[in-house]
Design a protein around this ligand. Structure first.
Ligand code: MSP
Length: 642
């Protein structure tokens, strides 16, 4: 990441349908990172927008009986309204149907064609309509699309191709020499794995006879541009490439392209090779986050479980929703959304810990100290401990901004809030007030309020409205409501005598009982007795909640300093995963590579010995023996076991 300026992008979203929680997550993440970088005093540019061409949009328009342009114009508003509601502070919103974008795509195409980076040829391949991607025979998984597993169509047609294949070696060496280019590390491995196969050229055109909604190829009026070749260019057309050299020089290369894990190949293979051919530097980092699942299921229209971010923000408040998404998703891994998970975290972190602390401190200062911040007090052992925890949270949050573990940064901040609550409970300021010990009372309340000043500053980019309310109530001057991160790094910022304001309940508790469906809250019926000798029977619904899958071991290595652990890289269908397993005493790494094993595929990711582990290997165990569960003969990876 450049130290002097910060340019961050989200994917541009298809306008075939309204936004969902996945779109909201990436955009909120980008917003929070942009806000933090602004607080660090860095010039920051945050670009988002919509991907308006291609088959998906054309199909949606047909289904809605409107023109594709009407489809775009009607749907883009849903995104723009949502970003306004969610307090997204993007600097620019690009639509790929805008002239400023279309012209640049055409200029690039013409230039590449003139330099023979694009050529025409007859193509025979398999095409996945929903993914809008061509595949060769060997790409297919059991005859279906390797990405979405839906049916593919055979197509033979003349098309235009970008000479992507010739950049394969260059790309591998760039990825290997720039570990920051693809993050997290397991996604980097995934792209390198993809690049172990020969890289073909990329079909960048669609005949108008098949798809008319796209940017015309400047050198052949019978074709439009493949939607990905058009869409990726937004990251440079949006900052003046080809139109405003000064603007482009001031932002490019991008610090971060934030994307979901499903669009890794387009961003880490197509995009860098396109940039190389155009002659432009590569972005510093492409960061691929995991997916939001609903419970344990994939979110989909057909399952009727799509989470509408607008509804969430309406029901629970914008700030709480923003906080939840960032705190709950461990960066790079999938996360699970249900209203129950939401409510549990909301009540624990926001209503109980933060809300309570704020309300207790502010109320006591108003009631007992005339509503004025007391003088900066002497520090005892308890104070030093609280100060240390709080300032460590500031440093850790700053570090986690760099290593992209915002969830861990937020956990540190909440840790400081809990420390303040503990301090408060130990010091019992209410008893000091009763005893009339104003000096000791002032000391406790100052320290509690000062912790809140720092914490509210750290949380400001995540919950701008609620933290502004809190900071105002704490007597922080208007000019410092948006804090500089440096101002949070030292203790004693609250000024003695500052007037404390009114504070309404920041996060009213959500009544869980009122939300739990009746039959779920019922106790186990007496008739459901467990037969003797068997520990708790489970119904099929409990068993089928555990997703077991076959996996192929691609790589295995010992974990240094942990005699029992092996770190494995697994292929699970189209996915790559890293799993840490306690089997080093029973298997050597070499014995494992190439084997088919069975894993629990939907286990919450964990850190084992400081290493991310995403899943668990099944093994049969006695006291001294351990044998991995495997399959009776060869079967492809990712197959369901059950
Ligand atoms: N238009 C392309 C991106 C072009 S970028 C040059 C696209 N659009 S999309 O609307 O289908 O998806 C946008 C993003 O949403 C992707 O990053 C995708 O990973 C993300 N998500 C879609 N479903 C998701 C979840 N359930 N959870 C989290 N993000 C997910 O792809």
């Amino acid at each position: 990441m450049s130290a002097s300026r910060f340019y961050i992008t989200t994917p541009i979203y298809y306008v075939n349908d309204k936004p969902h929680i996945g779109h909201a997550y990436t955009t909120i993440l980008a917003d929070v990172l942009a806000r933090y970088h602004r607080l660090l005093g860095e010039p920051t540019h945050f670009l988002t927008g919509t991907d308006e061409h291609g088959q998906k949009v054309q199909q949606a328009a047909v289904a809605n009986e409107i023109t594709p342009q009407e489809q775009c114009d009607q749907t883009v508003v849903r995104f723009q309204e949502l970003w306004e509601k969610l307090e997204i502070t993007h600097d620019d919103f690009i639509r790929t149907t805008e002239e400023r974008h279309k012209t640049i795509v055409q200029d690039i195409l013409q230039d590449l064609y003139d330099r023979d980076e694009i050529y025409s040829a007859e193509y025979e391949g398999w095409y996945c309509v929903p993914c809008e991607r061509f595949y060769t025979e060997k790409d297919l998984v059991e005859g279906a699309c390797p990405e979405c597993r839906r049916d593919v169509e055979k197509l033979v047609e003349r098309n235009y191709f970008f000479r992507m294949g010739k950049y394969q070696e260059w790309l591998i060496s760039h990825i290997e020499s720039h570990p920051e280019f693809i993050q997290p590390a397991h996604r980097r491995q995934e792209t390198l794995g993809f690049l172990r196969q020969p890289l073909g050229d990329l079909c960048i055109s669609r005949p108008k006879s098949r798809l008319s909604w796209g940017i015309d190829l400047p050198f052949d009026a019978d074709y439009v541009t493949y939607v990905w070749f058009d869409a990726l260019v937004n990251y440079i057309s949006g900052v003046g490439y080809g139109s405003d050299a000064e603007q482009f020089a001031s932002w490019w290369p991008a610090s971060y392209h934030l994307i979901g894990k499903d669009i890794l190949t387009t961003h880490t293979v197509y995009w860098p090779t396109m940039l190389k051919a155009i002659g432009i530097e590569l972005p510093t980092t492409v960061f691929a986050h995991g997916w939001w699942l609903v419970g344990r299921s994939k979110m989909s229209k057909s399952l009727g479980n799509v989470v509408n971010p607008m509804d969430m923000a309406e029901s629970y408040g914008v700030d709480a929703f923003r906080y939840f998404l960032l705190a709950e998703m461990s960066m790079g891994q999938d996360a699970s959304f249900t209203e129950e998970i939401f409510t549990t975290r909301y009540n624990a972190d926001l209503a109980n810990d933060l809300g309570n602390m704020a309300s207790r401190a502010v109320k006591m200062i108003v009631r007992n100290l005339g509503g004025r911040i007391p003088p900066v007090p002497e520090k005892g052992e308890d104070e030093c401990e609280l100060i240390e925890t709080t300032l460590a949270a500031v440093q850790n949050m700053r570090d986690h901004l760099v290593d992209m573990h915002l969830d861990r940064g937020l956990a540190e901040v909440l840790g400081a809030v809990r420390a303040a609550n503990r301090y408060f409970d130990k010091m019992k300021p209410w008893a000091l007030a009763k005893a009339g010990d104003t000096e000791a009372l002032g000391r406790v309340l100052y320290n509690a309020a000062e912790t809140l000043r720092i914490v509210s500053g750290l949380l400001y980019p995540v919950m701008p409205t609620k933290m502004t309310e809190l900071r105002r109530a704490l007597g922080v001057p208007e000019s410092k409501l948006a804090p500089s991160l440096d101002a949070l790094s030292s203790w004693g910022g609250l000024e003695a005598g500052a007037q404390i304001g009114e504070l309404k309940t920041l996060f009213p508790r959500i009544d869980v009982k009122a939300k739990v469906p009746k039959d779920e809250s019922k106790k186990k019926k007496k008739s459901e007795k467990t037969p003797e000798g068997i520990v708790d029977l489970v119904g099929i619904e409990v068993f089928s909640a555990v997703k077991l899958k076959t996996a192929n071991v691609l790589e295995a290595e010992v974990v240094e300093g942990a005699s029992k652990l092996l770190k494995l890289q697994l292929q699970v269908g189209a996915d790559r995963r890293q799993v840490v397993a306690g089997i080093a005493k029973f298997y050597t790494p070499a014995e494992l590579v190439g084997r088919t094993v069975v894993i629990v595929a939907n286990l919450k990711p964990a850190k084992i010995f400081g290493i991310e582990s995403d899943g668990m290997l099944l093994a049969a165990k006695t006291g001294k023996e351990l044998k991995l569960v495997t399959t009776d003969g060869q079967i492809s990876s990712g197959a369901a076991v059950g």
